[in-house]
Design a protein around this ligand. Structure first.
Ligand SMILES: NC(=O)c1ccc[n+]([C@@H]2O[C@H](COP(=O)([O-])OP(=O)(O)OC[C@H]3O[C@@H](n4cnc5c(N)ncnc54)[C@H](OP(=O)(O)O)[C@@H]3O)[C@@H](O)[C@H]2O)c1
Length: 257
């Protein structure tokens, strides 16, 4: 699992260990606090050489992977019009290129019945103003997952994508601080554990795509098919989102902000 030390990843590690999995937890920092049934693997996903080395090490140890969960992600809101290009490659690398590279390199370690899960985002369907690079990376990740599913079907490998709306994690709080889109708050944010539970269930009962909440997924897919209607509805959604964001911020303890 990548992003294993993050908000969603951390909850998922706990759930999977309780279920009997041994988790190979990718993170930039090797965790020195040993947890039973969790092996920490230091890997910066912006560095292809580190991804290659980590997978080569697993291959040398002849490890069979039951599942790969791509959970790492990064968002740096930035309205187009500025010329600061520094954050472009990090977002594309962590959110899109690294999952592709890691999947390609680790495929030989996956037996029939194994499962690849991508933690995507509702931003793969709803273009977020001010977060175009993140949006582009998540649109791309959806396309990769849908193509990959066809490529590995004959080998009996399942591919799933999960599309959360806002989730109450450090990422969401950083996103708000950096001026992220109020569309995140059209519906109240889910908890990290709710998303972890969905992934855990997916690993038992594979499905191609799961939207959370599912009502937002239906709306987002309709809107994507009708961009003109989307432009008409957008102001209403933004108004609702701003209200939701205010409510979310008001509910935060000062120490959480
Ligand atoms: N929170 C939301 O509102 C929300 C909504 C929709 C989708 N998502 C998606 O859910 C996934 C998990 O997000 P989260 O909310 O749990 O965020 P989070 O708490 O910020 O965790 C993100 C994780 O990504 C890892 N990461 C970032 N840059 C990395 C790099 N260069 N190399 C290796 N790992 C890196 C971090 O690992 P280390 O710091 O340990 O290296 C961290 O554990 C992401 O894919 C995100 O796009 C989140």
């Amino acid at each position: 699992m990548t992003g294993a030390a993050g908000g969603i990843g951390g909850r998922l590690v706990t759930r999977l260990v309780a279920q009997g999995y041994h988790v190979l937890a990718f993170s930039r920092k090797a965790d020195t606090a040993q947890q039973p049934f969790v092996t920490s693997i230091a890997c910066d996903l912006t560095q292809p050489a580190q991804i290659e080395a980590a997978v080569a090490d697993l291959a040398a140890k002849k490890i069979n992977l039951q599942a790969i969960v791509h959970c790492a992600g990064v968002i740096t809101p930035q309205r187009m019009g500025t010329t600061n290009t520094a954050c472009v490659s990090a977002q594309l690398m962590v959110n899109l290129e690294a999952p592709i590279l890691l999947t390609m390199l680790a495929l030989p370690l996956l037996p029939a019945g194994a499962h690849i899960v991508f933690i995507n985002s509702m931003a793969a369907l709803v273009p977020l103003e001010g977060s175009s690079i993140y949006t582009a990376s998540k649109f791309g990740l959806r396309g990769f997952a849908l193509s990959l599913a066809q490529d590995v079907q004959k080998r009996g490998i399942h591919v799933s994508s999960v599309f959360p709306g806002a989730v109450d994690t450090p990422m969401l709080r950083r996103e708000i601080d950096a001026g992220g889109s109020p569309l995140n708050f059209v519906t109240a944010p889910a908890t990290a554990d709710e998303i972890a539970a969905i992934v855990q269930k997916l690993l038992r009962v594979p499905r191609a795509e799961v939207f959370c909440p599912s009502s937002d997924g239906v709306l987002a897919q309709l809107m994507l098919m009708m961009p003109r209607v989307w432009r008409l509805v957008l102001p209403v959604l933004l108004k609702k989102g701003r209200k939701g964001q205010k409510k979310y911020l008001a509910a935060q303890q000062p120490s959480d902000k």
